[in-house]
Design a protein around this ligand. Structure first.
Ligand SMILES: Nc1ncnc2c1ncn2[C@@H]1O[C@H](COP(=O)(O)OP(=O)(O)OP(=O)(O)O)[C@@H](O)[C@H]1O
Length: 191
């Protein structure tokens, strides 16, 4: 299989800079990457298209897929099921794009149990103190939520230290330098 079709898993603590990197990457390469389309049992909202915004399915269809082992992960939020199938990730590659999965450590472990064979990339803050500063600076979370993210961050960093957990780790200290390192890795594995 051509290496260009292997997905890329991007992980690391909340606030480490994953979205910042991806925003820049997608702006630089608008046609090269894509995200998988999730499945959901919630009803489509006005303007949403099946297969584009979500794969809209019934609860029965969703649960049958789970039974068949088709989902990488799934969860229930306010009465509706949401999840990602292995096929949804493969479909991105079938359309000639490289699928990027922006997921946490639990997600990484689940992806490792599939046959997707992605590259695993960890983005890390220079320190927990700096991470806290950035999360506060972002201003998108309430105090309790920030504490939860900081508590989870240590677990993410410990997991990343395990042998073979990631193919590459980038410490996002100076943004320009870190983004350059990120881009170089992506370009190398998608060349
Ligand atoms: N190198 C950097 N130096 C200073 N601030 C940064 C740097 N990289 C990112 N930031 C800022 O830190 C905050 C967190 O970054 P970002 O939202 O990209 O994190 P994330 O890993 O995507 O988090 P989440 O998993 O919660 O989506 C943002 O406000 C961003 O602008």
């Amino acid at each position: 299989m051509a290496s260009a079709s292997r997905p890329i898993v991007l992980s690391g603590p909340s606030g480490a800079g994953k979205s910042t990197f991806l925003k820049r990457l997608f702006a630089e390469y608008p046609d090269k990457f894509g995200f998988s389309v999730s499945h959901t049992t919630r009803a489509p909202r006005a303007g949403e298209t099946n297969g584009v915004d979500y794969n809209f399915v019934t609860r029965e269809e969703f649960l049958a897929g789970v039974q068949r082992g088709e989902f990488i992960e799934h969860a229930e939020f306010s009465g509706n099921l949401y999840g990602t199938t292995v096929q949804a990730v493969k479909s991105v590659g079938d359309k000639g794009r490289i699928c990027i999965l922006d997921i946490d450590m639990q997600g990484v472990k689940l992806v490792k149990a599939t046959d997707l064979n992605p590259y695993y990339l960890s983005v890390q803050p220079p320190s927990i103190g700096e991470l806290e500063k950035r999360l506060r600076g972002r201003g998108t979370e309430k105090e309790a939520d920030i504490q939860g993210r900081l508590a989870a961050a240590q677990g993410e960093l410990d997991y990343a230290k395990e042998e073979g957990a990631y193919d590459k780790t980038i410490v996002n200290d100076d943004l320009e330098a870190a983004y350059a390192e990120f881009k170089a890795f992506i370009n190398k594995v998608t060349a």
